[in-house]
Design a protein around this ligand. Structure first.
Ligand SMILES: Cc1ncc(COP(=O)(O)O)c(C=O)c1O
Length: 382
């Protein structure tokens, strides 16, 4: 049975791309725990699989759904987001140049710095708030990978993906986009010119804070994509079959979780925008956000569930406010059904450029008035 064309992301997700097991009629795929696969009398493999470090049938439907959602040619899932990101950078040869924003997910940047220190790869970090920051950072013929985030973590500044793709391609590089905080229900970076899209599946895709995973989607199946696949097999950063199954299960509700979290985040951002104890609310859905117009162009179904407060005060004041919260949970990570807060500078460490008065907030699917009430009472008590 073929699916209708132009199906919406929500429908695609809810039905995991209209999945029905061909042999049993089951609507849920089974979990395949086998690490190895048999051969016939001619020593030919009996099926499409050889060994679990190469591939696992439980990955198939996750990879299919993600490729369809992002409009990509292929998908690979990994044991963690970092395993996926490092696989991309394993394809960069000694002496080549890579480019990334100065404020971004700190773990990925830590890996890039390590490559620059130990592996002879040149790294330029650019200020994404400067109009020509990226154009000045690339080196014609030398830059191999430009890596950006759709919304920069944790200031939620917006990068023009089309423009970044043009700059990267003109320099002879590929553009990789970390779209962790903008799932494909609202943004599709491949359609804006990116070559690779990445998600930490640990966040919105799974959405229940119980699976660690990474996903890469490619615009085309080329030599670099084959190399990324080889790195996954050789380094062995593969996801377990149970985690892959859980991930597909979590993805089924991505549409409705995002709808709720994004609407609540927008309401919370507006509610606290002019609060006397808050210097600034950083949220791309606010008209006051410098990236608002661009975000509105790139994001088709809401501005995301992440925001940050710059409190009127220092790190001590930010931490004091966090300590007063009773509904929000103080913990790192994002994109789960439960709302989280963190003092980002404490998590990233002294080298971080994140302001000391920044509180990063991940909005979950709780009742929005409970969340507003909790933030209000915490601000009243500091
Ligand atoms: C934006 C972003 N990219 C990448 C990662 C790394 O993903 P993982 O923790 O799944 O390895 C994270 C994790 O926090 C993230 O927030």
């Amino acid at each position: 049975m073929s699916k209708p064309k132009n199906i919406s992301p929500d429908t695609l997700l809810a039905q995991a791309s209209h999945y029905i097991d061909e042999q049993t009629g089951a609507l849920m795929p089974s979990i395949q725990p086998s690490t190895t696969y048999g051969r016939d009398q001619n020593y030919e493999l009996l099926g499409d699989y050889i060994y679990a470090r190469n591939h696992n049938p439980t990955y198939d439907q996750v990879e299919k759904v993600m490729a369809e959602l992002e409009g990509g040619a292929d998908t690979l899932i990994f044991a963690s987001g970092q395993a996926a990101i490092t696989a991309v950078f394993e394809t960069v040869e000694h002496g080549r140049h890579i480019v990334a924003p100065s404020i971004m997910y700190h773990g990925a940047q830590a890996w890039m710095r390590r490559l620059a220190e130990k592996r002879g790869i040149k790294l330029t970090l650019f200020d994404a708030t400067e109009p020509d920051g990226l154009a000045n950072a690339v080196r014609q013929g030398q830059t191999d990978v430009v890596w950006i985030e759709t919304l920069l973590n944790p200031t939620w500044d917006v990068i023009d993906i089309q423009k970044a793709a043009q700059i990267a391609h003109d320099a002879g590089a590929i553009l990789g986009v970390d779209a962790t905080v903008t799932p494909p229900v609202t943004l599709r970076a491949l359609s804006l010119g990116a070559d690779l899209v990445f998600h930490s599946a640990t966040k919105y895709l799974n959405g229940h804070s119980d699976v660690l995973g990474g996903v890469l989607i490619t615009a085309k199946k080329d030599d670099r994509w084959q190399e990324i696949y080889d790195v996954r097999t050789l380094v062995g950063g593969v996801m377990g079959p149970f985690e892959a199954w859980l991930l597909l299960r979590g993805m089924r509700t991505l549409g409705i979780r995002c709808e709720r979290a994004f609407a609540s985040a927008a309401k919370i951002a507006s509610h606290f925008e002019n609060h006397p104890k808050i210097e600034r609310v950083l949220y791309p859905g606010l008209q006051s956000h410098p990236g608002h117009t661009l975000a509105a162009r790139q994001m088709t179904a809401g501005f995301g569930g992440m925001l940050s407060f710059l409190v009127n005060g220092d790190a001590a004041m930010a931490k004091a406010m966090i300590a007063k919260l009773k509904v929000f949970i103080a913990a790192t990570s994002l994109g789960g059904v439960e709302s989280l807060v963190e003092h980002r500078l404490s998590v990233e460490g002294p080298e971080s450029l994140v302001p000391e008065n920044l509180i990063r907030i991940s909005i979950g699917i709780e009742n929005v008035d409970d969340l507003i009430g909790d933030l209000q009472q915490a601000l009243d008590h500091v």
